[in-house]
Design a binder for this molecule. Structure first.
Ligand SMILES: Cc1cc2nc3c(=O)[nH]c(=O)nc-3n(C[C@H](O)[C@H](O)[C@H](O)COP(=O)(O)O)c2cc1C
Length: 456
């Protein structure tokens, strides 16, 4: 096999960095199973975080979604079922874990800047330098309707606001440290003036004036993850992120992505080693390759059962499609705008065209491959592709990927809140350790150091 051009040299000592990304209980997670634990109880998360810490994981992180999406007056069948706020949840875990990084997804489009930055800085200080922020711009107008401003901001402005917010955050978190606090109570102020300067940003998209209320943490500031794959997203990552949570987990796409991102890093004057690339992936471990494939087949069919397959299409067609046979051809009617319209999901004016283009593409794919509604959904729905194999096969593959710098590790989406996490820790981790690509103990304390990132 030829050496992939990833924009970084081969590294025989490269290590696999691992996170678990838990988006919340949705179609990709088996929650009907009797053994599946409750998705909001503190005991569930305590057990998951402690298992991952036993497995020496770099990070546990939570997705964010601030509104339940609807379908014909009920919760959309393919959406996440219930999702408490990530910072609140991770703050609870900070007290019962000691090493694992705690990463909260929070959106930059709707959040109030100083409030968000202050809460993330607080998690970082209270966890002793283990916090991360998964920066998302959030692509749906439903979320916007929760907020005073309503569904707002087209795509390009979302990244402008995100950049301004991140720049504010970076100033806010390192404004002062505990070492700056006066020990002599007779001094005029408990902070020197140059450490309590007003941090201000005023633009069409963001207004904020702040003096930081939280000291810098043991790792300086929270580690910045960025999730979003457009040019705007990649540029934000290249300018400011420490880690990208990428969606490119197929080999050729991952190689091209690594090369592109590293070129962007260089263009922004950053070293290609200052950013970690961790794509999301669902891992299915079997006793044999056939066993893993069989599990994957079952999971995929469970995730998009006939009912959910129709619900998935209704989201695009904007209307009731319950009369259509999931094992039959795609609807031949045109989509309409309405309650289920994904233009409420993406905010762009041109969405109606985008939606029609999408449907045209699906029709072509279904015609080419002879796919029914359900087969098409299994082909195109997010997270419906899995990495299935024995633990040894997956470890071999990952060792190759990290040494060739295609990625620096993975964010694994658990398909079962406990079983798939046990498999990672008890079956995959020992195989990675045997190949010398995974730590055998924590030798570092902060998330930044676990990830071998440059100091702030
Ligand atoms: C791997 C990944 C994970 C994401 N997780 C979330 C999430 O938990 N909550 C959220 O609101 N948006 C999430 N997003 C959506 C992004 O914030 C963004 O809105 C979307 O990807 C559109 O931006 P883009 O065109 O730059 O990709 C995620 C995106 C990616 C690629």
């Amino acid at each position: 096999m030829s050496t992939p051009d990833t924009g970084a040299p081969y590294d025989a000592d490269a290590q696999v960095h691992l996170g678990v990304f838990y988006p919340g209980i949705g179609p990709q997670t088996v929650w009907e199973d009797a053994k599946a634990p409750d998705q909001v109880s503190p005991e569930t998360f305590l057990r998951v975080a402690q298992t991952l810490e036993r497995g020496l994981f770099d990070a546990f992180f939570l997705g964010d979604g601030q509104r339940v999406r609807e379908n014909r007056g009920a919760a959309l069948a393919t959406d996440i079922a219930g999702r408490p706020d990530a910072i609140t949840q991770l703050s609870a875990l900070a007290g019962v874990t000691s090493r694992i990084g705690l990463v909260a997804t929070q959106n930059t489009t709707y959040s109030l800047p100083v409030d968000l930055v202050r809460r993330l800085g607080s998690l970082d200080v209270l966890s002793d330098g283990r916090a991360g922020w998964n920066i998302v711009t959030t692509d749906n107008a439903w979320t916007g309707e929760n907020f005073r401003r309503g569904g707002w901001l087209p795509h390009e402005h979302r990244y402008e606001r995100a950049t301004e917010l991140v720049e504010l955050a970076k100033e806010y978190w390192v404004a002062w440290s505990l070492a700056d606090v006066a020990t002599d109570a007779r001094q005029d102020s408990w902070l020197p003036a140059d450490r309590s300067a007003v941090i201000a940003r005023h633009s069409d998209l963001l207004h904020a004036t702040a003096i930081s209320t939280v000291p810098s943490s043991k790792q300086g500031r929270p580690v910045l993850f960025q999730a979003g794959d457009s040019v705007g997203g990649r540029d934000l990552a290249a300018r400011h992120a420490d880690v990208v949570f990428s969606a490119n987990n197929e080999f050729d796409a991952a190689v091209a992505y690594a090369r592109d991102l590293r070129a962007r890093l260089s263009a922004h004057g950053r070293s290609t080693d200052s950013l970690r690339i961790l794509p999301g992936v669902t891992v299915i471990i079997g006793d044999t390759p056939e066993d893993a494939d069989e599990k994957a087949r079952w999971l995929r069919e469970n995730a998009y059962n006939p009912h959910r397959a129709i619900a998935f299409l209704e989201h695009y067609w904007g209307q009731d499609l319950s009369a259509y046979d999931p094992d039959g051809p795609l609807p031949d009617i045109d989509p309409i705008d309405g309650e289920l319209d994904p233009s409420r999901g993406t905010l762009a004016i041109a969405d109606r065209t985008g939606k029609l283009d999408q449907i045209t593409q699906w029709r072509a794919l279904a015609a080419e491959k002879g796919l029914s509604i359900r087969q098409l959904v299994l082909e195109v729905a997010p997270n419906s592709r899995y990495l299935a194999g024995t633990a040894g096969q997956i470890a071999d593959r990952w060792a190759y990927w990290v040494r060739h710098r295609v990625v620096d590790g993975f964010n694994v989406n658990p398909y079962h809140l406990q079983d798939s996490i046990d498999d990672l820790v008890d079956r995959l981790v020992p195989e990675l350790q045997e190949r010398g690509v995974y730590r055998t103990e924590y030798t570092t304390e902060t998330l930044r150091d676990h990830l071998r990132l440059p100091a702030v």
